[in-house]
Write a protein that binds this ligand. Structure first.
Ligand SMILES: Cc1cc2nc3c(=O)[nH]c(=O)nc-3n(C[C@H](O)[C@H](O)[C@H](O)COP(=O)(O)OP(=O)(O)OC[C@H]3O[C@@H](n4cnc5c(N)ncnc54)[C@H](O)[C@@H]3O)c2cc1C
Length: 387
């Protein structure tokens, strides 16, 4: 039997691996995805924890709803359907305030709720921006923030001329001042959002963009993190794994080959180029060597890719050290899914960790509580009086 040969070999069939495979196959390249598990999807998993109770143990929310890929890869044609939440989130404080924040589809509910508890006309910067921009404007801003290719490293640009500030100025000229460009998100919240619980919530939600809310100059990306959640505010129908299926169907329809039970043990490097991969012995694929004419793309974690699959003999020592120095300590994300037989009436939850999500699954309802420690004394002990 001949060695298998493709233009592109992708290691890992999570949603990043299968998405890149779908795009490259659509561009006419021959592509193969090698996935070690019996099912692709990675963190986009859906499982039946108990008969009748399906949960997403990892990714739950799809906040990439503004991404161009949904249209470009025609995911709706391949079965993807989004279920949008009528309300994005709720806020509960220790002194018994419970506010419904509404969200993109229910903005009036959010404002009414804030009005009731603050006693004043609420200033909800995110809500005001959402309302002023409208859906199309918000999609444009989110695309400028999160779906713009990085600039070449020698390309100089004034921060205020970054694509996201250009879109912001165009959409919201009445809110624009030069000062915004240097602000951190915390500066912005202190100035524009007068209610502490909402400030804490927004600072928490900002982590979706990856930038810490106290970093100078990151006000708009952080705000974009909260808008990302507001604009998406939903899940794929049938759970996250159905999203993975739609991407995989798109990849296959465009000609990609997806091979499961195929753990890659080594990325083969010749003359400084990745030219193929070696599968482990127990891989189900008959050929243990798969060659790549153009590129091997690793869609698995950076440490495994460089220290294990490529191997340090092919890499610069200082680069290997940088990879080793990548630390995952100090930040972790986990989802706790709790199945309860009855609605909770009074539950006390003591929280000592950083950010914590608790999912309460009651029959087919999923309730997610999020806690942040922006104001730790407010949130360290929370009474959920009624679910
Ligand atoms: C608890 C938790 C909650 C999250 N919540 C959300 C959320 O609500 N919304 C959201 O959008 N994101 C969420 N995420 C993040 C999201 O799950 C990840 O960003 C996403 O799964 C990354 O996709 P990926 O394809 O890069 O990697 P992965 O999903 O990790 O996929 C990597 C794939 O590579 C395979 N693989 C690994 N090594 C090999 C090998 N040697 N050979 C072959 N295959 C290999 C794995 O089996 C896996 O299928 C959450 C993550 C966690 C952990």
């Amino acid at each position: 039997m001949q060695d298998e040969r493709f233009d592109i070999v992708v290691v890992g069939g999570g949603h990043n691996g299968s998405t890149i495979a779908a795009y490259l196959a659509k561009c006419g390249l021959s592509v193969c995805v090698l996935e070690e598990r019996s099912e692709c999807g990675g963190g986009q998993e859906n499982t039946e924890a108990r008969p009748g109770f399906r949960i997403d143990p990892h990714a739950t929310y799809l906040y990439g709803a503004a991404a161009p890929g949904f249209e470009q890869l025609e995911l709706a044609k391949y079965g993807f359907r989004m279920v949008y939440y009528q309300s994005m989130a709720g806020l509960v404080t220790l002194d018994g305030v419970a506010a419904n924040l509404g969200g993109r589809f229910n903005r009036e509910v959010g404002l009414e709720s804030l009005r009731r508890f603050t006693g004043t006309e609420p200033v909800d910067a995110e809500g005001i921006f959402m309302a002023s921009m409208g859906d199309d404007g918000m999609r444009d801003l989110l695309r400028a923030l999160f779906w713009t290719p990085p600039f070449p490293s020698d390309y100089e640009i004034e921060p205020k001329d970054a694509p996201w500030w250009k879109v912001f100025r165009q959409l919201l000229p009445e809110f624009w001042t030069d000062r915004l460009v240097d602000m951190s998100f915390i500066d912005f919240l202190d100035e524009f959002v007068p209610w502490e619980p909402l400030r804490a919530f927004e600072a928490f939600a900002a982590w979706y963009c990856g930038a810490h809310p106290s970093w100078d100059g990151m006000m708009l990306p952080s705000l974009g993190g909260t808008l990302l959640v507001g604009f998406g505010s939903g899940s794929p129908r049938g759970g996250m794994h159905t999203y993975a299926h739609a991407i995989i169907r798109s990849a296959i329809a465009n000609g990609a080959r997806i091979i499961t039970n195929a753990q890659v043990g080594e990325i083969i490097v010749k003359d400084g180029r990745a030219v193929g991969v070696q599968l482990n012995d127990e891989a189900s694929f008959p050929e243990k060597t798969v060659w790549a004419n153009k590129a091997v793309i690793s869609a698995v974690d950076v440490k495994q890719t460089f220290t294990k699959l490529v191997g340090k003999s092919h890499l610069d020592a200082s680069f290997v050290q940088k990879v080793r120095d990548v630390s995952l300590k100090g930040g972790s994300l986990f989802v706790l899914s709790v199945i309860v037989e009855n609605y909770l009436s009074i539950t006390e939850i003591a929280i000592s960790s950083q950010n914590l999500f608790i999912h309460l699954v009651w029959q087919h309802l999923l309730i997610q509580w999020s806690f942040s420690t922006h104001k730790p004394e407010m949130l360290t002990r929370l009474k959920v009086l009624q679910s």
